[in-house]
Design a protein around this ligand. Structure first.
Ligand code: ADP
Length: 179
């Protein structure tokens, strides 16, 4: 949220979150999850016109952490929806193509989620907006179960580049749009 807040404010987009604390903990690669959220949030802000809304929610359901990024933006047509998430695929609309991008963000999200044995689904309606739902198994991918978790205290703190805001725990990694 901190990474897209400034961009959202510049477009007068209301950026909110409702995270259910009862969801507890999820075993996953922290950096991968940050990358997933950055890609989804920057798309949401990018494809939402002035004065819109972007909302992040999270809760636990049936053993999965469910994260949703919902925007009130331009949406994705049914035609494009079938192909969105394929590498380099970008929807064709004048508004969309007024923005730069590579068409790799969502395919990267999909790949990272597959590695976690999670998944992604997209609901969208043109003009009304888009909701991307991400699911991550709370206990982590099968292969990683039983692996020794890395304690934060055993990791070396990262020094963030100037101008990049961390969450203050000293262990943030600089994450950029796409990868
Ligand atoms: P990029 O944003 O770099 O073009 P992505 O893989 O992240 O690449 O997204 C692919 C395409 O999917 C975008 O170009 C855009 O057409 C569409 N898209 C992604 N997220 C949204 C969204 N929240 N609202 C509308 N269109 C979206």
């Amino acid at each position: 949220l901190a990474q897209v807040r400034e961009q959202a404010m510049g477009k007068h987009i209301e950026l909110t979150s409702a995270l259910d604390p009862a969801a507890g903990e999820c075993t996953a690669d922290r950096r991968a999850v940050q990358q997933i959220m950055i890609n989804l949030l920057s798309n949401a802000v990018k494809f939402t016109p002035e004065g819109g809304t972007v909302k992040v929610t999270s809760h636990a359901q049936d053993g999965y952490l469910v994260l949703k990024v919902a925007d009130s933006g331009i949406g994705i047509s049914e035609n494009d929806l079938a192909r969105i998430g394929q590498p380099f695929y970008q929807a064709q609309s004048d508004y969309t193509r007024a923005f730069e991008g590579t068409g790799l963000g969502l395919s990267l999200v999909r790949g990272l989620l597959e590695l976690h044995q999670g998944g992604m689904s997209i609901e969208s309606e043109t003009v009304k907006g888009t909701t991307v739902t991400v699911r991550l198994p709370l206990t982590g991918p099968e292969k990683a179960r039983g692996a020794k978790p890395v304690k934060l205290s055993e990791r070396r703190p990262h020094v963030l580049p100037q101008g990049v805001e961390g969450n203050g725990d000293g262990y943030d990694t600089a994450i950029r749009r796409t990868a």
